[in-house]
Design a protein around this ligand. Structure first.
Ligand code: PMP
Length: 427
């Protein structure tokens, strides 16, 4: 990597753990120096040395319109000029809550927070407060932010760094988290049969995007809903990544899931810090100040952040938006699959709306164990080959990728041409 990035990374490592403020940014899986981003526009990001890359990370999901969309930036500037935060209610919070309740299935009421982690952490507390039970079911390889109960056998950076459970989470906390294999109906049935009366809720990524991309089976989704209903547990569908990403109604709309609680983040903030949790009225009425489950935030519902989110939500509601987005993702995954095949590289790929999975193995993975069979070394060489050619993918074989509305067919073609050369150099 060129000089200015190296210099910044060295400086950063002296005063920030690992030189980064979120672990996956440190290139722990693939090695090397991460480019420090100076600016971005559309699908292109530019590093501290002035090098440009076509970006398939999209700030890990929020940048569905591409970077620095002019209407989003204008909305932020106008709102900022009116004052940054007041610690008092504002009209834009009502607009965002109404918009989310109108567009996300099963959302009667919603509370706005500042990150996906806060959304899932609060939803877990609420499920526990609502049911009076302690146990939570989560699935291996799913990541739901870094709250204590959820850092058990988690995905994303936890997988990348090979420590799927975190130090600092007492066994007393972790024992309330039951971890089951994703897409395993029998394991779910058995757990509910044995401990159904203790389970406050089940939290699931409706399309898993933190162990690369793994699609749910219809039988798994059906069993989740049926067992939660039968045993009085709260079904929490974590749409922090999939919300407005896989389709206009998120994974619930795409796959016909009925959540009791939904968590949101990423796209609803349009690149600014926003999260949300909401759901059925009788559950949401347990949240303070209406009910006994406490939840709060000095900067919650930040008007400037919500201005970015609402401007984004307005643009993605335009007719044809998701058709074009999905076509671009498919162009990428189908083109990469064809290029790998031309060079005899074991590879597969798939897309769901504007998110995609790339796998250095022949068959598309259907569960966590399949994902563990990916050829990490081949991925690392592909990643660095593409980065050197000016195409930036997530720096880990265990993350999903993201396409934006700012990626043109020609942008994707240029990535495919580079991939053809890189695949050719792999064997
Ligand atoms: N849930 C899911 C499904 C996520 O993908 C993430 C972040 N990648 C989170 C929760 C946590 O969100 P945040 O990083 O905003 O805290």
């Amino acid at each position: 990597m060129t000089d200015r990035n190296t210099e910044l990374f060295l400086r950063a490592q002296r005063c920030i753990p690992g030189g980064v403020n979120s672990p996956v940014r440190a290139f722990g899986n693939v090695g090397g120096t991460p480019p420090f981003i100076a600016s971005a526009r559309g699908c292109r990001i530019r590093d501290a040395d002035g090098r440009e890359y076509i970006d398939y990370v999209g700030s890990w999901g929020p940048a569905i319109l591409g970077h620095a969309d002019p209407e989003v930036i204008r909305a932020v500037q106008q709102k900022a000029a009116q004052g940054l935060s007041f610690g008092a209610p504002t009209e834009i919070e009502v607009e965002m809550a109404e918009t989310l309740c109108a567009r996300v299935p099963n959302l009667d009421m919603v509370r706005l927070v500042s990150s996906g982690t806060e959304a899932t952490m609060s939803a877990i507390r609420l499920a526990r407060g609502f049911t009076g039970r302690a146990a939570i079911v989560k699935f291996e390889g799913c990541y739901h932010g870094h709250a204590d109960s959820l850092l058990v056998k988690a995905g994303s950076g936890m997988l990348t760094f090979g420590h799927p459970s975190s130090a600092g989470v007492p066994d007393d906390f972790a024992r309330h988290t039951l971890v089951l294999p994703y897409n395993d109906v029998a394991a779910l049935e058995e757990t509910f049969a044995q401990r159904g009366g203790e389970i406050a809720g089940v939290i699931v990524e409706p399309v898993a995007g933190n162990m690369n991309l793994v699609k749910p089976t219809a039988a798994f989704l059906e069993a989740l809903r049926a067992l939660c209903t039968q045993h009085g547990a709260v079904l929490i569908v974590d749409e922090v990544m999939t919300g407005f990403r896989v389709g206009p109604k998120g994974a619930q709309g795409l796959l016909g899931i009925d959540a009791d609680l939904v968590t949101l983040g990423k796209i609803i903030g349009g690149g600014m810090p926003v999260g949300a949790f909401g759901g059925r009225r009788e559950i949401m009425e347990k949240v303070a100040p209406l009910g006994p489950v406490y939840q709060a935030g000095t900067l919650s519902g930040s008007p400037v952040a919500l201005a970015a989110g609402l401007a984004t939500l307005a643009k993605i509601a335009e007719p044809g938006f998701y058709e074009t987005l999905s076509a671009r993702s498919r162009q990428l995954t189908e083109g990469l699959t064809a290029a790998a095949a031309r060079h005899g590289v074991p590879f597969s790929a798939q897309a769901v709306g504007g998110m995609f999975g790339l796998y250095f193995c022949r068959e598309i993975p259907g569960c966590f164990d399949d994902v563990m069979k990916i050829d990490r070394e081949a991925f690392g060489r592909f990643f660095h080959g593409m980065l050197a050619a000016g195409h930036s993918f997530a720096p880990s074989p265990f993350e999903a990728g993201f396409v934006s509305a700012a990626h043109s067919a020609a942008d994707i073609d240029s990535t495919l041409a580079a991939a053809d050369r890189v695949f050719g150099s792999l064997l």
